[in-house]
Ligand binder design. Structure first.
Ligand SMILES: Cc1cc2nc3c(=O)[nH]c(=O)nc-3n(C[C@H](O)[C@H](O)[C@H](O)COP(=O)(O)OP(=O)(O)OC[C@H]3O[C@@H](n4cnc5c(N)ncnc54)[C@H](O)[C@@H]3O)c2cc1C
Ligand code: SF4
Ligand code: SF4
Ligand code: SF4
Length: 379
């Protein structure tokens, strides 16, 4: 592992980028050199609360997707496995994206050799609906008047069309039930170290992106983009490296505090009894890859024609798959029409599984999940 500060040599990209525009520059290098078929990134949709996954094949289109969209809790693992399996792809990944990709690689649903993973450190995402509501309530602003948003020094900051800025402490928003999504508040993987590189503003200087180079492929990306003349790099000072690790440590401590408060409070049976068996949580889950052939669609799970399976039997099947594989991405919470904290339940079980086996879903490289362990193969 090594560290660099990087910035784009292309002024337009540098101006459009969130930090130094390094991520967009690396994408440009990969596309221009023909090393990938396309780039999977996030571009703004109708407004700042809308982030849309986009597959870019022409480097002139990259600028439209530069920047960080904090109200875009998207997932890319399932997009790659469903639509881009045979393509060479470079993709931006938050830690939960990377964890889902890692689990899908273990299931042979994504080819590791086909993808470049450009990690983004992540302090959390805000649900678009929550984002709009909290801006109305705590910023006293029409959400449609917001031009851009950023998270800086613990504040969620908005910039209005007239150029003025307003910021509120994320901690204060979260005390009132707003701010980051619930799963993000307890997410304890903040730097995606199993991506080829992990990029962020922690430890960086103004106009630069701090990059942790995690493997050989990551080093090739940096060297290639430098040799192509699109990226400039320099070494970060030791205190910056230490400061970044310190912030990561603080974020992880805050997450584990939330875990210790939230895990005991959830009553699984009460929650499952409210489930209406709509399958939305299964369909959105990046790890549930086999929806078309899912056992839950089989006759023996259907009680009567056109009815859903018993919610408890349904959740039992999901639990048997997810308890060791859940990457706590929170997509299931986002879509549940009954507001059941599905991810909290599965994440709590994943942590129990971790305590017994040391396996962290989407992170552990050395240990395989049970269904993929040698013992299982021998059986
Ligand atoms: C939700 C979020 C939270 C973050 N939190 C932190 C943090 O706490 N600490 C830290 O050090 N860094 C954090 N980052 C990373 C940081 O904001 C920059 O993305 C990173 O430094 C790269 O900067 P850049 O100028 O090189 O990237 P750019 O050249 O601007 O490229 C950024 C790329 O990220 C993609 N992207 C934007 N939003 C998303 C998204 N929601 N999901 C996936 N891809 C996206 C864009 O499409 C673009 O391709 C966060 C990023 C995001 C998206
Ligand atoms: S679950 Fe973690 S990695 Fe994913 S968006 Fe939330 S804080 Fe970021
Ligand atoms: S169960 Fe929910 S939180 Fe866990 S991986 Fe699936 S969608 Fe994400
Ligand atoms: S989304 Fe909610 S209601 Fe629908 S099946 Fe999942 S837990 Fe049940």
């Amino acid at each position: 592992m090594s560290y660099v500060l990087a910035k784009s040599q292309n002024d337009d990209i540098h101006n459009a980028g969130e930090c130094g525009g390094a991520v967009t520059s690396i994408f440009k290098y990969l596309l221009d050199e023909g090393l990938v078929d396309g780039v999977l990134a996030i571009k703004p949709g109708d407004d700042i609360y809308d982030g849309v996954p986009t597959f870019i094949t022409d480097s002139d289109d990259l600028i439209g997707a530069a920047g960080s969209y904090h109200c875009a809790p998207t997932m890319v693992g399932n997009i790659i496995q469903k639509y881009l399996y045979d393509k060479k792809v470079a993709v931006t990944v938050k830690p939960c994206d990377m964890r889902s990709i890692d689990e899908l690689i273990k299931r042979y649903k994504i080819k590791k050799e086909n993808i470049y993973t450009i990690g983004l450190n992540c302090g959390g995402t805000v649900s678009p609906i929550t984002g709009r509501k909290m801006i109305e309530l705590y910023y006293d602003v029409d959400p449609d008047d917001v031009e851009s948003e950023e998270i800086d020094k613990g504040q969620f900051i908005i910039e209005l069309k007239d150029g003025t800025e307003k910021g509120v402490k994320i901690h204060d928003l979260e005390m009132e039930g707003y701010g980051r999504r619930n799963n993000c508040q307890r997410c304890d993987v903040k730097i995606p170290r199993n991506a080829n590189i992990a990029c962020g503003n922690w430890g960086s200087q103004d106009g630069w992106t701090f990059i942790e180079i995690n493997d050989e492929k990551g080093q090739e990306l940096i060297d290639g983009a430098k040799n192509a003349g699109i990226l400039e790099t320099k070494s970060p000072a030791d205190p910056a490296v230490e400061g970044r690790l310190k912030v990561e440590g603080i974020m992880k401590k805050m997450a584990s505090k939330v875990q210790s408060v939230k895990y005991p409070l959830v009553s699984e049976m009460d929650e499952w009894n409210r489930c209406i068996g709509c399958y939305a949580c299964r369909d959105i889950c990046p790890i549930c890859w086999c929806c078309e052939n899912c056992e839950l669609n089989k006759d023996y799970f259907t009680l009567e024609e056109n009815s859903s399976p018993d919610p408890l039997a349904f959740q039992g099947v999901r639990l048997s798959h997810m308890s060791f594989s859940c990457v706590d991405c929170g997509q299931c919470d986002d879509v549940c029409p009954m507001d059941i904290p599905v991810s909290l339940i599965f994440d709590k079980l994943q942590k129990k599984y971790y305590e017994r086996t040391g396996y962290v879903a989407g992170v552990s490289d050395d240990v395989k999940p049970p269904l993929y362990s040698p013992e299982k193969t021998e059986l």
